[in-house]
Write a protein that binds this ligand. Structure first.
Ligand code: 6PG
Length: 477
């Protein structure tokens, strides 16, 4: 028997992905560093499809039909390189290695380049959707050569999630590291979405005075509207959960220090390099790191601030409606920033990424899946060269309608001392983009003053310098 695909690395993601392939009719070769895991998988799930259990790298490679398709599902970083070093010498020209982990796209670019010398296709594929997604249909973001996608595409389409219109949630993103780059930004947007939802929760709790269970109901209502999304749905589940040991809301017994594995931070680091303002994503990453500074927070607890006073019932309801508007408007801004970063990465690395296709494959399977993404896709379908999501008429008019409540929510938050860095960054971005003039002109003047860095004029071409220390006449630089 020769397997159409092989999976090495059978922790939960790898195991579920292997089962997904098998359940879709593919013969799947299995390999793991410790063979016990491989046999356990076959024992438990062998009835789901055709598996070929192998114990050594050689056996694994021999079990695959040519050209070989070998999926590695191990930890990003050195473990991925170790697995490549183990398998690459056993492969032949035309074979494919697919890395389904959360690799840094720069690593993927390097690996792709190195393996290309051996005529091996290296496909960095972002896979989103967690354990459940891996099993029942993830959103898949493969990079690598177009030839590799010809061979892999049909299989990935089969195992991927399907959007409401039946379209598979996978597309060839672009060459080399494009897939992992897009997965990275997906995670950055995931961080921003989660932060915005967190701020909405905090406002509903501290300003409106709702209890977690009531807030869960509010989120459930929102989930039937334009905010309809997986993250809103699970937020309601988490908020309505009651801790069995104490009888208290689960959210009150969890330590309020958020962790992160790195993809959100990468999104911001790369955005800084590309010069793309992803302020909403950055605030989300910083909010997580701030939460983790326990000692600093402890030392700051006594600092002065207003005491929040809860609203009356009718007021609370009206406030909740405004929070929905603020959340939606801020969400539009964070997706605007994320798509800007993808466009900039595509430009920098020559990937030619189709932003409409990206929004299309995020409609199902992934963590940020949402009805909203269908609208982003429509915006790009309408105009492929859209300068920004905010220039889409539909989004622009929705923000126009939401802006007053959005501003009011931020006023309340500020007056009551509830931190809302995500909402605030989004609004500042929006106001800065629409501003007629920015204080950047003053910044340029200051730079010219202390460092003769020169400036450009609004009325003439060229670079200029004012003799600040002398007679303040202007010279063309
Ligand atoms: C996904 C998730 C997945 C994972 C994140 C969590 O798309 O399925 O994004 O990749 O859950 O790595 O990231 P943090 O641990 O950094 O929150």
């Amino acid at each position: 028997t020769s397997a159409q695909i092989g999976v090495t690395g059978l922790a939960v993601m790898g195991r579920n992905l292997a089962r997904n392939f098998a359940r879709n009719g593919y013969t799947v070769a299995l390999h793991n560093r410790t063979a016990a895991r491989t046999h356990a998988l076959v024992e438990e799930f062998g009835h789901e499809g055709e598996f070929v259990a192998t114990e050594t790298a050689k056996e694994f490679v021999a079990a695959l039909e040519r050209p070989r398709r070998l999926v590695i599902m191990v930890k990003a970083g050195e473990p991925t390189d170790a697995v490549i070093r183990e398998f690459a010498p056993l492969l032949e020209p035309g074979d494919m290695i697919i890395d389904g982990g959360n690799a840094h796209f720069a690593d993927t670019r390097r690996r792709e380049r190195e393996l290309r010398e051996q005529d091996i296709h290296f496909v960095g594929a972002g896979i989103s959707g967690g354990e459940e997604g891996a099993l029942h249909g993830p959103s898949i973001m493969p990079g690598g050569s177009p030839e590799s996608y010809e061979s892999l595409g049909p299989m990935l389409e089969k195992i991927s999630a399907k959007a409401a219109d039946g379209a598979p949630c996978v597309t060839h993103i672009g060459p080399d590291g494009a897939g992992h780059f897009v997965k990275m930004v997906h995670n950055g947007i995931e961080y921003a979405d989660m932060q915005l939802i967190g701020e909405a929760y905090q406002l509903l709790r501290d300003v409106a005075g709702y209890e977690p269970a009531q807030i869960a109901d509010i989120f459930r209502t929102w989930n039937t509207g334009r905010l309809d999304s997986y993250l809103i749905e699970i937020t309601a589940e988490v908020l309505s959960h009651v801790d069995a040991a104490t009888g208290r809301p689960f959210v009150d017994v969890v330590v309020d220090q958020a962790e992160q594995k790195g993809t959100g931070r990468w999104t911001v680091q790369i955005a800084l390099d590309l010069g793309v303002p992803v302020s909403g994503i950055a605030e989300a990453v910083f909010a997580r790191s701030l939460s983790g500074h326990a000692k600093l927070r402890e030392a700051s607890r006594g600092l002065a601030g207003p005491t929040a006073s809860a609203l009356g019932k009718a007021e609370a309801q009206a406030f909740a409606d405004r929070v929905e508007q603020a959340l939606y408007a801020s969400k539009i801004v964070s997706y605007t920033q994320g798509f800007h970063e993808i466009a900039a990465g595509s430009e920098e690395y020559g990937w030619d990424i189709d932003l409409g296709a990206v929004s299309s494959i995020w409609r199902g399977g992934c963590i940020i899946r949402a009805a909203f993404l269908d609208r982003i896709r429509a915006a790009y379908d309408n105009r492929a060269d859209l300068p920004s999501l905010l220039s889409d008429e539909t989004f622009a008019s929705e923000i126009a309608a939401a802006q007053d409540p959005w501003r009011e929510v931020l006023v309340s938050a500020t007056l009551q001392g509830v931190p809302t860095p995500g909402f605030a960054a989004a609004l500042a971005y929006y106001d800065a983009l629409r501003a007629e003039r920015l204080p950047a002109a003053l910044t340029q003047g200051q730079r010219d003053f202390f460092g003769a860095h020169t400036y450009r004029r609004v009325d003439r071409e060229g670079a200029f310098h004012t003799l600040w220390g002398g007679d303040r006449s202007e010279a063309e630089a």
